[in-house]
Design a protein around this ligand. Structure first.
Ligand code: CP
Ligand code: NVA
Length: 302
């Protein structure tokens, strides 16, 4: 049994397989072809934080594969009254085939997985967002071909998305340029030496973006850090991806953002809505990539 708790839980070969399946499953969806490999299978989704894309893509995805889902939130389950995660894992996983969790610390999802009888998917933690990067790398390949040997520039918070991009850099063999304000750097302790070898850190965001094939950013204040919002608005003021910044990337560079976006903060309206932006494709590909992921976790290679 496999879990998908971090991007590095899968090998490059497994990702190549998943991308092939994603392409196939997407084509079936686009041609209105019914495909029900997970008939009668049940996905439990546990949301300890808010969501639009993750909720819709998993719920629509499992339904389109012939299965169904249950949505659990902290407030309306015993989790909110302090039931230990180990107990919740043992109970839920005796009743369903697959679990997706969005929560705070990575240790929560790891404890859940340790006690789970069924595969567990990380739908975002404070440290990682592997489902998003799965869709993002697939999206890059769809638009520009192989991502190996390319340069990805991350501007802003050294957060869950940034940590996961670094894992992707080591798996797929590309360089990650990161520029973050002081005090918001990526946490090196989460990275392996192989991952750190793919990383270049810049003080100046313009220098990080120069020559990049992909420019990407995220909100200044992630979920769980709302108390720091005002301070972050000041600290990140010089870290907006705007047209001047995109101009120093390669002419064919793409812009990505996992969404939700704050126009006028981490990205200008012009870039988000501009011709280099593939943010809506990224969001759509969450659906297709996660269908391939669920199929793989439940059925293995088909
Ligand atoms: N990108 C992403 O995970 O979006 P949601 O928070 O809406 O799920
Ligand atoms: N870094 C953001 C991503 C949201 C999808 C957060 O954790 O809130």
């Amino acid at each position: 049994m496999k879990h998908f708790l971090q991007l590095r839980d899968f090998t490059r070969d497994e990702f190549e397989y998943l991308f092939d399946r994603t392409k196939h499953i997407k084509a079936l969806f686009k041609s209105y072809t019914i495909y029900h490999p997970l008939r009668d299978r049940m996905l439990a989704m546990v949301f300890e934080k808010q969501s639009t894309r993750t909720r819709v893509s998993f719920e629509a995805g499992i339904h389109q594969l012939g299965g169904s889902s249950i949505n659990l939130t902290t407030g309306e389950t015993q989790l909110g009254r302090g039931e230990p995660i180990e107990d919740v894992a043992r109970v839920i996983s005796r009743m369903v085939d697959l679990v997706m969790i969005r929560t705070y610390d990575q240790s929560i999802i790891e404890r859940f997985a340790e006690y789970s009888r069924v595969p567990v998917i990380n739908g975002l933690t404070n440290q990682y967002h592997p489902c998003q990067i799965l869709a993002d790398v697939f999206t890059f390949i769809e638009h520009r071909g192989d991502i190996s040997g390319r340069t990805v520039a991350w501007i802003g918070d050294g957060n869950n998305m940034c940590n996961t991009w670094l894992q992707a850099a080591a798996i797929f063999g590309f360089s990650l340029h990161v520029a973050s304000p002081e005090g918001y750097a990526l946490d090196n302790r989460l990275a392996s030496s192989r991952e750190l070898a793919c990383l270049s850190v810049f003080d100046d965001p313009m220098a990080a973006v120069r020559g990049a094939d992909l420019v990407t950013t995220d909100v200044w204040t992630s979920m769980g850090y709302e108390a720091e919002k005002e301070e972050r608005q000041k600290d990140f003021a010089d870290y907006q991806v705007d047209a001047d910044m995109m101009a120093v990337a390669r002419p064919e560079a793409l812009f990505m953002h996992c969404l939700p976006a704050h126009r006028g903060e981490e990205v200008s309206e012009e870039v988000l809505e501009g011709p280099q932006s593939v943010v809506w494709d990224e969001a759509e590909n969450r659906l297709h990539a996660q269908k391939a992921l669920m199929e793989y976790l439940v059925l293995g290679r088909v």
